[in-house]
Design a protein around this ligand. Sequence first.
Ligand code: TA6
Length: 301
Amino acid sequence: MDTEQLNARFGIRNHVIFKTGAGGLPFISVRNRHATALVSLHGGQILSYEPVSQTSDVLFLSKKSFYEDGKAIRGGIPVCWPWFGPDPKGLQRPNHGFVRTRLWEMVNTQSTTAESRIRLQFTDSQKQENTWRHPFRLELDFSIGETLSMSLTTHNTGDKTFAITQAFHTYFRIGDIGEIQVQGLENCRYFDKLDQGREKLQTGPVTVNEEVDRIYEDVDNHVVLVDPVLQRRITIDSKNCKTGVVWNPWEKSSKKMADLGNRDYRHFVCVETGNIAFDLIQIPPGGQHSLLTSFVVDDLL
Ligand code: TA6
């Protein structure tokens, strides 16, 4: 469907409008009295979320992102599925799974003046990954308003159980990486991916003054990103998951990434929620699992 057909079928005057954007891809521009947002059908990825109370976007989006089939957009909230991180089978399949690199389908849209809802889906008929053979249907729901909420529901439509790992790989825009704190992970154990995966203990809030790539275990699903430069606090709640990630590539690794500016690392941190590493989710035939997350932005008084 082109954007004219998408608008005819799913557009909502003043609130949900489809448009062709970077790379000739279809995007959804969302506006209501509480927030504006931009959602890419490529990747099923929200790229921008700006509550009217904020003067800067809650999400970071690289100006050097790629917008093409087979590549992930650098920023917003990429959907990592059906695996998180490198291909668990070592078959050279894409990092973080294949659904963030492909076009999703529209299912429906709803909006009031206060909240806009979008449902996308991705099914096995759309996949081009011939090494993931399980029949499935993915539903991705966004609720955009005073808060941003997301739900990723995996349906097993086949006759065999399959296992997944998954995450919302959220890029938060921040004033400066050296000033932020991530609270709520105190006393959690984590795997330090930059130190041969050694298991360590988080003492105190997470601060970042070098490259960080940590998978936190048994998190209590309530984390707060405090940004004294942008003078805001972002509360990140999640459900049906036990793991989280804090990642920043810092200067050296950033320079190896063609879709990231050399100084971009100062202005984003990834605080991710999902079912990662040991938190494997087994879905039986006919079964389903929903990964939920929500974000509330408050001003720091
Ligand atoms: O979530 C952190 C991480 O797994 C890092 O190891 C790094 O690879 C990052 O994701 C970005 O991955 P990408 O494939 O989007 O470049």
